[in-house]
Write a protein of this length. Structure first.
Length: 466
């Protein structure tokens, strides 16, 4: 591997270090759940100066309901026998205030395709804690297609198939860990998936006004299904069809907006560029490209042919580059080199895009830990300012393809990501302040006289803070 990666701070050793972003949002009058991400030896004592309606438990999970909208400066503290840490968290309580920073979590599709069940999802949630990923901010556990059975129940909504015996019990167990849980559906009559008989959120006679891959039904069942998901306790929806259109995205957006719990609304795949204003104002995440896979050509396409989308996301309405291609997934080791996996992760960090890992956590290695658990790298993605990246430099000619992006940060500094996407070693000269530049992947300070010069091997990335 050419990219120098720092070893992660052990998640359950040493003095406390809080890895929370500086801002978090939720709606007033709806259930609140947030697990403070903090590395350090347990047992650990947590305290927080919280608004009325919230409390923090012994595991650092903040829960309750805040009735009054507003912005609250919350001091959170973590202490163990080796030391203590504290951080001020700006708590934004306002309608639709979820995802003040991009989502970080795990999703099932790349990891398992259709080969998952309730037990495996619950075990994965537990693994987020045990591996330490939760201490670096990964707090969503999202199930993809192939959970669906038939319509029924008190809401006349999609019921789970035999792989899921009790959805409410599953979400309760996941919530008890301080994590959130997501579900999958589609406005099509039949959903994407290995099985071709999975119902979606419309049914009945085909509505020929729409050109969806598996057809849209005239009987709209969005409200029925949202009511069911609320009762089960889901916190996220991946809503998936092709081609995307506002006419079928909007009904679900309205149902979610009215729901008595916060549900992150993710629309996939692929957002229409001309509809970008609607997406960023009415969804929380919107996919802007095709499906990810562990092929280098796909990594380049879905991450680096998207420059027209630069600046089109916003706080609470993030442009999404799809799930990550790292680790053991879909029954095989990732075919990308470790350097190529760093390229993909760095792209999500700088864009900034939601970060959803999707691999079998039971087979997690040191490589995945070094990539996913670098708090300095993740802080760029989770920066309070929520600034979008801009293209700083590009050179593309034959086997040469070098790109650089920059992103302003809340503290007045900026992050710069440089990518060698070509097939030849390249030299790069980055104008930077005199003194030193922080190499975020290596967690090292590099001396700089005003120009930082370095070479890059093919298929590699560097990430700096200036």
């Amino acid at each position: 591997m050419y990219t120098k990666l720092a070893e992660p701070v052990p998640a359950h050793e040493g003095a406390p270090h809080i890895n929370a972003p500086s801002v978090y949002g939720a709606s007033p009058g709806k259930p609140f759940l947030y697990r403070i991400p903090v590395t350090g030896e347990r047992p650990m004592k947590f305290t927080a100066e919280l608004p009325d309606g919230l409390a923090v438990n012994g595991d650092g999970v903040i829960s309750g309901i805040v009735s009054d909208p507003g912005e609250y400066a919350v001091m959170i503290r973590a202490k163990n026998r080796l030391g203590e840490d504290e951080k001020t968290l700006k708590l934004v309580i306002a309608p639709g205030a979820v995802l003040r920073t991009p989502l970080m979590g795990w999703t099932s599709w790349n990891a398992f395709r259709d080969k998952f069940d309730q037990s495996l999802i619950e075990d994965t949630a537990r693994a987020l804690i045990d591996t330490g990923l939760a201490e670096y901010g990964y707090d969503y556990v999202n199930i993809d297609s192939d959970w669906q059975g038939e319509y029924g129940g008190k809401f006349d909504a999609i019921q789970p198939n035999g792989k899921f015996t009790d959805m409410k019990a599953m979400t309760d167990r996941i919530h008890s860990l301080g994590l959130k849980c997501g579900i999958y559906s589609t406005p099509m009559i039949l959903a994407f998936g290995i099985c071709l008989t999975l119902p979606g959120c419309t049914r009945g006679e085909v509505d020929h006004r729409y050109l969806a891959y598996r057809e849209i039904g005239k009987e709209r069942m969005e409200q029925n299904n949202v009511d069911q998901w609320v009762e089960w306790g889901f916190d996220y929806l991946k809503y998936d069809w092709y081609p995307n259109d506002i006419a079928n995205a909007a009904p679900m957006a309205e149902c979610i907006k009215k729901a008595p719990r916060d549900i992150v609304y993710c629309v996939t795949t692929t957002a229409v560029y001309e509809d970008r204003e609607w997406y960023r104002n009415n969804t929380n995440m919107f996919r802007i490209g095709g499906d990810s896979d562990d092929q280098w050509k796909i990594v380049k396409t879905i991450n680096f042919d998207m420059d027209k989308w630069l600046g089109e996301g916003k706080i609470g309405g993030w442009a999404d580059l799809d799930m990550l291609e790292i680790g053991y997934f879909a029954g095989h080791e990732c075919a990308l080199t470790p350097d190529e996996q760093v390229v993909s992760y760095t792209a999500k960090v700088i864009f900034p895009s939601p970060i959803q890992i999707s691999f079998d956590l039971r087979r997690m290695t040191g490589n995945e830990l070094r990539i996913c658990c670098n708090e300095e790298v993740n802080a760029v993605n989770q920066d309070e300012l929520g600034a979008q990246a801009s293209l700083l430099y590009e050179r593309k000619d034959g086997d040469t393809w070098v790109k650089a992006y920059e992103k302003q940060l809340f503290d007045g500094s900026r992050a710069v990501a440089v990518f060698n996407l070509g097939e030849t070693e390249e030299e790069y000269a980055l104008p930077a302040p005199e003194g030193f530049v922080r190499d975020l992947w290596a967690k090292e300070n590099l001396p700089c006289d005003g120009i930082l010069k370095f070479s890059m091997m093919p298929h590699t990335a560097r990430l700096f803070k200036l």
